[in-house]
Design a protein around this ligand. Structure first.
Ligand code: GLY
Length: 575
């Protein structure tokens, strides 16, 4: 109860302050509604899940570095300060807006299946999925992409040397971090997964097995050595050097399938972002192998025909339309989305306005359509929750939206011996068997079946929204299957409901992913609203708050940052 009250105190006080300010100035235009936010600055802004990493990024901006320099340093720092999701042993996506060229690129450093991967590798003799194998064994790890991805981003779009970008992370790993309450809680929560692996237990728990308490110092010596090696030898230390050697040896030891050859063959992909428009804004987001950008744009396209601004935020009508649009998009996801190098994704069709109009006509404005009555459609001719997102904007006009992950908190829980590096369990994002849900309840088929070298389908949606051709909103979130709908709601709250970035972040969220057929609602909606949704046929289920958005808004030369209050430890800071 207390958590719920504190969850609301801030938005309520912000609304009150806005009202007061508007009364004092005799104006309540939309700009004044949109600008109030907790962190403001004129030179740049960094929003991440962990305050030390945010400070690393801000320091780099202060020294004249650009948004990519700051983002890369943040990415490496989070591998130390936020071990549950920040990583070297995982993968992710970085969306960069390069002010000089005026162009955006999507940097895909998602993990790949090892060369020896086979479609049925997680099935037992009876053809049943063995979750333990795809989630908590050495077999669950995909070939990591983070070191290659961050290094490439820096080389192409940054100004710092890799050594300089890695220096803060090395210092944090060597000298240690002061453990926060958030980290103690997280390590305790995942104790069972972590202590199964002696190499992991020895890093994150004390010799007697007890936990690090808040304010104690956690040093990660092996991780510091690995980071130093990368600083000295470049990403080759990881993919073709001593770190890779240790990782492959550990795999052999633990029964995993990643080899030195797999590491040598890993490649980052530079992709053209997926683009859409929404009420005069350009939406630039992540293409496959993420499903995020496509379905974000698809849902926005469906909603664009509806006057949800007038229907109002959190009204039963608006929530109904959102839920029905989400269902249609996630049904399509199950059939059409996969790694584009292995599966022809009908991207143009899925994001077309014509297709959205056709889908919109399927929505009954008064009744929820049961999930079993919804099937994936054919677009007109012509993708734990413990991922993490960070956003950076700089004074030069650059913007970075980055989401990366180990999949679950601490991934598989396995640290490759001698490296200090936690390994992902991203292989669980593949469809282990058609129709059998993964850890997020997501269904898939042939498009997302396991194949050697293939990237598992993701929902990560690092997004940049442009207004008048300038970066306006940089946002994204962790949350597994809920990433897409969480990111969507930040955009709707800012553009349609003209909320301040703080309110847009704090506002209670909903989520529907077609299957299972349930409308998840966070605490905070009026009981009357939920009753009306139930009366329309929605299977409403109250959930724990989800997502953890890290967003930056730029209006009239000022940056406004907002870190989600749903998870402790985050910080938006500017200078
Ligand atoms: N591992 C969660 C995602 O990539 O969507």
């Amino acid at each position: 109860m207390r958590r719920r009250i504190s969850f609301w105190i801030f938005p309520v006080s912000v609304v009150f302050l806005i009202f007061l300010a508007a009364c004092m100035h005799g104006q309540r235009d939309s700009a004044s509604w949109a600008v109030l936010s907790p962190a403001t600055a004129v030179n740049g802004m960094v929003a991440t899940q962990e305050s030390l990493a945010t400070q690393v990024g801000v320091q780099i901006l202060k020294q004249g570095g650009n948004a990519v320099d700051a983002a890369v340093a943040v990415g490496f720092a989070l591998a130390v300060t936020l071990p549950q999701a920040g990583n070297l042993g995982g993968g992710g996506f970085m969306m960069v807006h390069d002010a000089k060229s005026g162009k955006q690129v999507a940097i895909d450093y998602r993990e790949t299946a090892p060369a020896s991967a086979v479609k049925d590798m997680y099935l037992d003799a009876n053809g049943n999925v063995v979750e333990e194998r795809s989630r908590f064994s050495a077999l669950s790890a995909g070939v990591p992409g983070t070191v290659a991805g961050l290094s490439l981003a820096l080389e192409r779009y940054g100004t710092l040397t890799l050594k300089k970008a890695l220096a803060p992370a090395i210092r944090l790993a060597e000298e240690g971090i002061v453990v926060t309450e958030a980290l103690t809680t997280s390590l305790e929560k995942h104790r069972e997964t972590l202590i199964r692996w002696p190499e992991t237990a020895k890093i994150f728990f004390k010799a007697d097995g007890s936990s690090y308490a808040p304010n104690e110092v956690l040093r990660q010596k092996d991780l510091a050595k690995s980071l130093r090696k990368i600083a000295e030898e470049g990403p080759a230390a990881f993919y073709n050097g001593s770190i890779g050697e240790k990782l492959a040896a550990d795999m052999r030891q633990q029964g995993g399938w990643i080899t030195r050859e797999d590491l040598r063959n890993y490649r980052v992909k530079i992709r053209e972002p997926v683009r859409g428009t929404y009420r005069g804004h350009e939406i630039v987001s992540m293409p496959p192998p993420s499903s995020g950008g496509i379905h974000l744009i698809q849902i926005l396209n469906i909603l664009e025909s509806e006057n949800i601004q007038v229907l109002g935020a959190a009204s039963p009508d608006t929530l109904h339309l959102m839920a029905e649009s989400m269902k249609l998009a996630y049904a399509d996801r199950s059939l059409h989305l996969g790694d584009p190098e292995f599966w022809k994704v009908p991207m143009r069709g899925l994001i077309s306005k014509t297709y959205a109009r056709k889908l919109g006509q399927l929505i009954d404005k008064k009744r929820a359509t049961p999930a079993e009555a919804i099937k994936p459609h054919n677009p007109v001719p012509y993708e734990s929750r413990e991922t993490t997102h960070f956003s950076v904007m700089d004074r030069y006009g650059n913007a970075v939206s980055n989401t990366y992950t180990l999949n679950f908190s601490y991934g598989s829980g396995i640290v490759a011996a001698g490296t200090g590096i936690l390994l992902n369990n991203e292989m669980d994002d593949f469809s282990a068997k058609p129709g059998v849900p993964n850890a997020y309840g997501l269904i898939g088929g042939q498009a997302n079946a396991i194949e050697p070298g293939k990237r598992p389908l993701s929902s990560m949606s690092p997004t940049i929204v442009f207004r008048n051709k300038k970066p306006f909103l940089v946002t994204g979130s962790p949350g597994g299957s809920r990433i897409i709908t969480t990111t969507l709601q930040i955009i709707l709250n800012v553009i349609d409901h003209e909320m301040s970035l703080a309110d847009a972040t704090h506002a209670a969220r909903i989520h529907h992913q077609w299957l299972p057929d349930r409308l998840e609602v966070e605490p905070g909606f009026a009981p009357e609203t939920l009753k009306k949704l139930k009366n329309r046929g929605h299977r409403v289920e109250l959930t724990e708050p989800f997502g953890s958005t890290q967003s930056i808004l730029k209006i009239e030369g000022r940056f406004y940052g907002a870190s989600d209050p749903r998870r402790k430890g985050a910080l938006a800071l500017g200078h």
